[in-house]
Design a protein around this ligand. Structure first.
Ligand code: ATP
Length: 238
């Protein structure tokens, strides 16, 4: 199987003591892989390590090419878009300007309008609000904008950090349906960090589980959903 992303024996730290202790993770090309784990397990840190934002050792490969130690700008140009937790939109800029900034790393400038049309197809709400400052959007709209901005870069891989956080269940459901659609028709691979494991396992085809910086389980989403121990610890009574 071809991999969009591979992590081999990856360790990462914020300068003192490692947070990831040699993790192996693979994201197959196309579709969604969920990275699950409790608070503080190292999910956000894993995404930061992939993006080149923190000191990382081991091997990170993007479509077979080693990217370990490269700068965040280079990794973005190579096709990785990061939707950080807290969304990271520029609140004092308009929706349109946020989307323009997203296109900054796009390979072909000429595709701007096509990318924009595609984002508006997925998120018609953003089209209605192009001139509005991002800071005045609802939580759900800001999350749409963060994802729309990532799509403007025409990425091959999107890293999503807890897109469901702080959103009402009905909004989360809509958002996850759109993510499913994006993964299906745009052929973009996604690594989805979620604390809401039930939700993530419904969307994902594959999943992995982190526990205090160690990867303790991985497999298909179905395998992880059926694992009794995981179900007890992470999935509640469903
Ligand atoms: P959550 O769901 O709560 O965000 P997480 O699985 O994403 O959890 P991380 O944010 O990756 O976990 O945190 C893993 C560990 O790294 C935690 O112990 C945290 O305190 C530590 N950590 C996170 N950011 C920093 C930082 N900037 N400097 C030092 N330590 C950090």
């Amino acid at each position: 199987m071809k991999h969009a992303l591979e992590l081999n024996n990856v360790t990462a730290s914020y300068g003192h003591g490692s947070i990831l202790h040699g993790i192996d993770l693979a994201v197959p090309e196309g579709g969604v892989t969920a990275l699950l784990g409790a608070n503080g397990a190292g999910k956000t840190t894993t995404l930061r390590a992939i993006c080149g934002m923190i000191e990382t050792h081991g091997e990170v490969r993007l479509f077979g090419e080693e990217i370990t130690g490269k700068s965040p700008e280079t990794i973005a140009r190579m096709g990785v878009a990061h939707v950080p937790d807290g969304r990271g939109t520029f609140t004092s800029l308009t929706v349109m300007d946020n989307l323009r900034l997203g296109a900054f790393t796009a390979k072909k400038r000429g595709n701007f309008q096509r990318s924009l049309d595609r984002v508006f197809d997925y998120f018609p709400r953003l089209k209605e609000r192009v001139g509005q400052h991002a800071g005045t959007l609802s939580g759900g709209e800001q999350q749409m904008l963060a994802i729309g901005r990532a799509l403007m870069a025409e990425p091959r891989l999107i890293l999503l950090d807890e897109p469901s956080i702080g959103l009402a269940p009905v909004i989360v459901k809509q958002l996850f349906e759109i993510l499913d659609q994006i993964a299906r028709d745009a052929g973009v691979s996604m690594l989805l960090v979620e604390q809401n494991s039930n939700l993530a396992l419904k969307l994902a085809s594959n999943a992995a589980l982190l526990e205090v910086g160690n990867l303790v389980a991985r497999g298909t989403a179905e395998e992880l959903s059926q694992n009794q121990e995981i179900a007890r610890a992470y999935l509640g009574d469903v």
